[in-house]
Design a protein around this ligand. Structure first.
Ligand SMILES: Cc1ncc(COP(=O)(O)O)c(C=O)c1O
Length: 375
């Protein structure tokens, strides 16, 4: 490993959401960013851009489009062209634009459950009905439910469970949606473990690509979500025009530093990415073992990707595990209820932190009365 991720960086008083929401004695393991410094080429690229003193409106350089085209080919065997790419200030505005472009009020959107809160809220924001796709069941068994939907909003790799959909599930999903539009949030696509390879659903077949809006970003993998840059890939020109038209004056262009950072990330940071994935995988393995050995009554399925772990606390018999651990362990997790009304007894843990922080978290958890009485 070239890069070390063991350095503890004090993020308090830096405007960090994660580190400013709770009291100073609380360890934050909630919002999905990592406690690691960005890769040196990203910091160099931003610094270099800051040397030019004019920060006018900007658009993506052709090099960034070309880099993404080359990456899609090299990483996924997916051939796209530079014009297929639409830059966005984030993936969340991207899936909301896509919904607005594709579905009128009253239509039905399929979403996975449990699911990242802004996706959970999307059907309500846009006055849509909802069909649930159960993340823990094969897609092929849910074809009947999917057939009811007018479009599907897929999150793969999945937040909060870390499930990575393989070829069979993606094929089944494409078949079950029978020519209907797919919005595919693939923001975590480079954070996969155990040698897994991400498959963009649009890369399965050009006919699937033509009805798909794929959303990606350097934000999660390279830990730069505060720089507000992402992109959509829309290979069908008419769909792309519809998508762009749904900005409606609310989704502006991308931050100039976010564009510089994205280019540096995709072009110059493959080593850093491989190292961070290895570090996160080791964190995951540590967590899986620690949960099994030291937290009786908590269970988890090892995430296949993302730095998020979905902990099932139902057997603990607590009313509200998030509130309980905040009070007793002084750790702030994301509450399961944020991911669906049925998941109040779950918590989401962000292990995008140093190993020492993760170890400290396990110590604090294991010392809680809920475990002491079970040991
Ligand atoms: C699945 C998923 N989509 C979208 C986002 C937000 O992306 P952005 O900050 O680019 O809007 C997140 C952030 O946690 C996420 O996990």
């Amino acid at each position: 490993m070239t890069y070390s991720f063991d350095t503890q960086i004090d993020r308090r008083n830096t405007g960090s959401n994660k580190w400013s929401k709770y009291a100073s004695d609380v360890l934050p393991m909630w919002v999905a960013d990592m406690d690691f410094a960005a890769a040196p080429p990203i910091i160099d690229a931003i610094t270099e851009r800051l040397r030019h003193p004019v920060f006018g409106y900007c658009s993506a350089k052709p090099e960034l489009r070309d880099q993404i085209v080359a990456d899609m080919q090299a990483k996924y065997g997916w051939t796209i062209s530079p014009d297929d790419i639409v830059f966005l200030p984030g993936v969340e505005p991207g899936f909301n634009m896509a919904i607005k472009a594709l579905l009128s009020p009253g239509k039905t959107l399929a979403i996975q459950t449990p699911i990242y809160r802004p996706i959970l809220m999307a059907p309500r924001h846009w006055d849509l009905s909802q069909v649930d796709l159960q993340v823990d069941r094969p897609v092929a068994e849910q074809a009947a439910a999917l057939a009811l939907a007018d479009a599907v909003l897929l999150c793969n790799p999945h937040n909060p469970t870390g499930k990575v959909y393989g070829r069979d599930d993606l094929q089944a999903l494409a078949a079950a949606t029978r020519g209907k539009p797919i919005i595919s949030d693939e923001i975590h696509c480079e954070l996969l473990y155990d040698g897994r390879k991400h498959i963009p659903i649009a890369s399965l077949d050009p006919s699937i690509a033509r009805r798909t809006i794929t959303l990606m970003s350097a934000a999660k993998t390279y830990n730069i979500p505060g720089l507000k840059a992402g992109f959509a890939i829309v290979t069908d020109q008419m769909l792309r025009e519809q998508f762009n038209a749904s900005r409606l004056g609310m989704v502006d262009s991308v931050n100039i530093l976010g564009l510089e950072a994205s280019l540096a990330a995709f072009r110059d940071c493959a080593d850093w990415r491989d190292d961070v994935v290895a570090y996160l995988q080791a964190n995951r393995d540590y967590l899986v073992k620690a949960v099994a050995e030291r937290l009786p009554g908590v269970s988890m399925v090892a995430p296949e990707g993302t730095y998020l772990a979905w902990l099932d606390c139902r057997a603990l018999g607590l009313d509200d595990p998030q509130a309980y651990f905040l009070e007793h362990a002084r750790i702030a997790f994301s509450a399961g209820s944020d991911f669906g009304a049925r998941y109040g007894k779950f918590i989401r843990l962000n292990f995008g932190c140093t190993r020492a922080t993760l170890e400290e978290a396990i110590e604090c958890l294991a010392a809680c009365p809920a475990f002491a009485s079970r040991a």
